[in-house]
Design a protein around this ligand. Structure first.
Ligand code: NAP
Ligand code: GDD
Length: 324
């Protein structure tokens, strides 16, 4: 039974990846950081099947000890300060976790067992002010946020450890992917959660920033499959993972409010608090390399994704649940 270590297992992707790897027959070890309140809600349903270990991307000793103790065959590095907006108010912290954290982990692998296969969660945010449409593996980076800059560092240090030490290090350049488990601060979940609240008479307003930004939005469950496929390849490489479709925030609003027969113009208020100092205007990926090399393609369409998220938020609120 192969062993996989997931950093960031309590996050959206970590929870889907853990489920997927368990189905593939892996022993799954998840690294969690110390918090004053337990935040295992996304993995509560599989908590008995995974092994959780305490560690932090800021603490290299903890990373070395985890690798020595659990001896993973594969490591999926999903841990990050992942919210772009926060990266302007906490740029140094974002760099420590999202950029230097990658080096800490790569060097722990180099020290303990350089044969471990490594996946780095790189991001379409690296393309930023895009140099090419659609974006592919060879498109130059032009990050537009401290988060994007940190991810560029994480990407290149992954490539560097591959080239310097011959390690099996792969960078997955994933475009936005969403799900009912998406954090409430991200625009898709913020919208679907408000749609459900408004539909059920629990809210009457949704405050947003830039409605013109365009993103290539896919389903997280599809994207974790691509991560695993990358580490099954004989040779490490970099891959774009995307749907190839782009939609504006306004189009997301159309789909989400329209699904429950509401008109978003009656509820949405633009609020300068949610505008960003520098914006990424357009993302759309070309995942043809992942298609031919990995046999990967997305299964969930844009409309299906939006409906899935609205349905899940409606169901949760009707059941009296609070948003996770
Ligand atoms: P997420 O829901 O924000 O999860 C981030 C995870 O990182 C959480 O488990 C968090 O733990 C953990 N973490 C944060 N700081 C840490 C630290 N210092 N030490 C250890 N763990 C730490 O993010 P996601 O959407 O699942 O994304 C997963 C990864 O893919 C991230 O690296 C993200 O930047 C990248 N990515 C995401 C997308 C996307 O559209 N979702 C696209 C491209 C790339 P807590 O629960 O304790 O906070
Ligand atoms: N969060 C948020 N809140 N975004 C808003 C709002 C709002 O009220 N109003 C408009 N937006 C716009 C943002 O300005 C941005 O252009 C777009 O909606 C998407 O914002 P987010 O959902 O926060 O995602 P992101 O694209 O900045 O970052 C996500 O995707 C990256 C991949 O491209 C995150 O998951 C990153 O971790 C990931 O790397």
């Amino acid at each position: 039974m192969p062993t996989a270590l997931i950093t960031g297992i309590t996050g959206q992707d970590g929870s889907y990846l853990a489920e997927f790897l368990l189905q593939q027959g892996y022993r799954v070890v998840g690294m969690v950081r110390r918090t004053s309140t337990v935040n295992f809600h996304r993995i509560a349903h599989i908590q008995d099947e995974v092994e959780l270990v305490s560690g932090d991307m800021l603490d290299q000793i903890s990373l070395v000890h985890i690798l020595e103790e659990y001896r993973p065959d594969e490591i999926y590095n999903l841990a990050a300060q992942s919210f772009v907006q926060t990266s302007w108010s906490q740029p140094v912290f974002t760099g420590e976790v999202t950029a230097l954290g990658v080096t800490r982990l790569l060097d722990a692998i180099r020290i303990v067992d350089p044969a471990i296969r490594f996946y780095q969660a790189s991001s379409s945010e690296m393309f930023g002010k895009v140099r090419e449409v659609p974006q592919r593996e060879t498109t130059p980076f032009y990050p537009r946020s401290p988060y994007g800059v940190a991810k560029v560092y994480g990407h290149w240090i992954t490539v560097n450890y591959r080239e310097s030490y011959g390690m099996h290090c792969t960078s997955g350049i994933l475009f936005n992917h969403e799900s009912p488990r998406r954090g409430l601060e991200f625009v898709t979940r913020k919208i679907t959660h408000h749609v459900a609240q408004i539909k059920l008479g629990m809210a009457d307003e949704l405050r947003l920033g830039n409605l013109d930004a365009r993103r290539d939005w896919g389903f997280a469950g599809d994207y974790v499959r691509a991560m695993w496929l990358m580490l099954q390849q004989e040779t490490p490489d970099d891959y774009v993972v995307a749907t190839g479709e782009t939609h504006s925030v306004a189009e997301f609003l159309d789909e989400a409010f329209g699904y429950v027969d509401l008109d978003w113009h009656d509820y949405v208020v633009q609020d300068p608090r949610y505008m960003r100092p520098a914006e990424v205007d357009l993302l759309v990926g070309d995942a043809s390399k992942a298609g031919h090399a990995l046999g990967w393609e997305p299964n969930v369409s844009f409309a299906e994704l939006v409906h899935m998220m609205v349905d899940a938020d409606l169901e949760m609120l009707r059941d009296g649940g609070t948003a996770l």
